[in-house]
Design a protein around this ligand. Structure first.
Ligand code: AGP
Length: 606
């Protein structure tokens, strides 16, 4: 959610910081600011609202100087305002800080500092940090930072500068991502790779409680005890243009269209055309001891987990519990050393998912993470990692992350079934073949775009829409409904077809939009009854069916026939038109599709 960038070198720092913050806009924010040393003077410029406001301010009052820090804030402690935005500076103007995360014990630190004469001007937890560093400062910047950080509870990624050490930028993190970008006679810090991708592709991933001191020519990383830590340089494999819109009006549309390639990238090197699985990322001996699986995740990733549950149970014959990561911890999960916990997270930084993983680890479980972000906190805390390789997903509304998470879960289910020998290999071969043809299937489904656009023109003014499905279609309905509400702000719910009569049918009146997903020929007669039930009560029905679904054309106001057949993999292709529908409904409404209100790309606080 919040974004950090920092720079030290010989170029105009303000320009580099603003440029970096622009690349982080997709994370969602409500205010922005920078602090730059201009000669002896520390210039702090902040504004509420869009980065554009800060840019206008900087045009009026240009800031020179070659080192500084920048931040986009998403309010947690204190309302969105100029005063609460970052950077925050110590009372005497010496230390300036940008912070992602939450300082849980900030109240007691504040009292302690107030007793020592410090005064505060914001409502934030962050403001205690520069003042605490100042309290400990006796001429050694790093030493003061370490003493202060020792006193902090909670999560933090910090970028810190000090007016008495103008050429130094200090970075430290705990439970919040932070990377170091390595340049030529200049160095960077950032909360996310896109922020610095136009400047360098060489990065260090900072671990918890590692302190990096950056000057233009040197980066030194130490621990609390001043031991030097040798970091491994990672070469970022995606280009800056990969992180741009590539000709599409929105990142979301671009990412919807990237799905054939993204799914292919997830499969690449893992399943070959001879139908051999090339997976060796998990200890086979351990797998044979696993007697229960939990899948924990949030939002879209959770919806992927719901499909994963059904598929793993069907193929590998192991009980699987798909749980919202935010609930998992509070439900007394029955986890032990024979439990595998699969944590699904695009960003690998979602606070609830990480908390669930940490709990499961203390109970003896092994963790397999399915993530898109190499080096993310989740992947570093997991025993086994399965990267989806979907490429950067910028749109807040997740699309290609979902289809690649599904692909990863299918691959894992097949791998587990093969390892445990639970189904005939001929049955697994069918799933493998379907996986290999999925990129082509998605390409064909994307050809429905014009039709979906026309449907969206008819329904975009509705206040409520309901999604119905059975079996795997129900899980997909949940994802379709989430997409719609996230970006079009239309109230929407997904119901299992069989539940309709148990309550939701009371909501149906003339012209209520009901989107029925019926891709499974074995369940289509039951869906047919559900469509009839809502149609006779006046609903405007839109059905999404496969080409081999029994025909329900005459019953529906709109019918979309997907160029796909009913298989275990149907969810991957079915979700695509639902993503397009949400996109075009939101576009008709003229909303900010890539940055929907109140939402952030990764939710790094509870
Ligand atoms: C999806 O469109 C969402 N914006 C959201 O539900 C997201 O999937 C969720 O926050 C989990 O994020 P993660 O995959 O990065 O953990």
């Amino acid at each position: 959610m919040c974004g950090i960038i920092g720079y030290t070198g010989s170029r105009n720092a303000a320009e580099i910081l603003i440029n970096g913050l622009e690349k982080l806009e997709y994370r969602g924010y409500d205010s922005a600011g920078i602090a730059v040393f201009d000669g002896d003077k520390l210039n702090v410029c902040k504004e509420k609202g869009r980065l554009e406001n800060l840019k206008i301010l900087l045009k009026k009052h240009p800031v020179n100087g070659n080192s500084g820090i920048g931040h986009t804030r998403w309010a947690t402690h204190g309302a969105p305002s100029k005063i609460n935005s970052h950077p925050h500076t110590s009372m005497n103007g010496k230390i300036s800080v940008v912070h992602n995360g939450i300082i849980e014990n900030y109240r007691e630190i504040k009292v302690f500092l107030e007793e020592n004469g410090y005064k505060f001007i914001s409502d934030t937890d962050t403001e205690v940090v520069p003042n605490l560093i100042d309290f400990y400062y006796e001429g050694d910047f790093l030493c003061a930072v370490k003493k202060a950080v020792k006193q902090l509870n909670g999560s933090y990624a910090l970028g810190i500068i000090c007016s008495e050490n103008k050429d130094e930028l200090i970075a430290v993190r705990k439970d919040s991502p932070l990377i170091i970008g390595i340049g030529e006679n200049e160095n960077f810090i950032a909360s996310d790779i896109p922020a610095i991708l136009s400047e360098t592709k060489k990065v260090y991933f900072l671990n918890d409680n590692e302190f990096a001191v950056l000057t233009s020519s040197k980066i030194t990383v130490t621990d609390f005890d001043n031991n030097i830590i040798e970091k491994e340089i990672h070469e970022v494999s995606f280009s800056e243009t990969d992180a741009q819109k590539g000709g599409y009006e929105h990142f979301m549309l671009k990412e919807i269209h990237e799905q054939p390639k993204a799914v292919n990238d997830t499969l690449r090197g893992r399943l070959n055309s001879d139908l051999n699985l090339l997976l060796d990322f998990i200890n086979k001996e351990f797998l044979t001891t696993v007697n229960k699986i939990y899948i924990i995740a949030c939002g879209t990733a959770y919806h992927a987990g719901l499909v994963g549950k059904t598929v793993i149970e069907k193929l590998a014959k192991i009980p699987v519990f798909a749980e919202l990561a935010s609930e998992f911890r509070y439900n007394n999960p029955l986890v032990d050393k024979n439990t595998l916990v699969i944590a699904v997270s695009q960003s690998g930084e979602t606070a609830d998912t990480l908390a669930g993983v940490r709990l499961a680890k203390t109970m003896g479980a092994k963790i397999l993470s399915i993530s898109n972000v190499v080096g993310s906190t989740l992947t570093r805390e997991s025993d086994y990692v399965f990267y989806t390789y979907a490429g950067p997903e910028i749109s807040v509304a997740s699309t290609k992350a979902y289809t690649t998470q599904l692909t990863a879960l299918y691959l894992f289910a097949v791998y587990l079934a093969e390892t445990k020998n639970t189904v005939l290999s001929s049955e697994l071969d069918i799933v493998k073949k379907d996986l290999l043809s999925m990129p082509k299937t998605i390409e064909n489904v994307l050809k429905l775009e014009e039709k979906i656009k026309l449907i969206s023109n008819k329904i975009f003014n509705e206040k409520d829409m309901y999604y119905l499905g059975r079996g795997l279609d129900y899980a997909v309905a949940m994802e379709g409904s989430l997409k719609l509400k996230e970006i079009s702000y239309i109230h929407s719910e997904a119901y299992a077809g069989g539940e309709l009569k148990h309550g939701p049918i009371a909501l149906i009146e003339d012209n209520t939009v009901v989107i029925a997903i019926s891709t499974n020929k074995n369940l289509s007669s039951k869906m047919e009854s559900n469509i009839k039930e809502v149609a006779t009560r006046g609903a405007y029905t839109i059905a999404f069916v496969n080409e081999d679904t029994n025909c329900i054309h005459s019953l529906c106001d709109e019918i979309v026939v997907l160029p796909a057949k009913c298989t275990l993999l149907t969810p991957i292709s079915t979700v695509v038109p639902l993503q397009l529908l949400a996109y075009y409904v939101a576009k008709n409404k003229g909303y900010d599709i890539d940055k929907p209100r109140n939402l952030a790309k990764s939710v790094t606080v509870e």
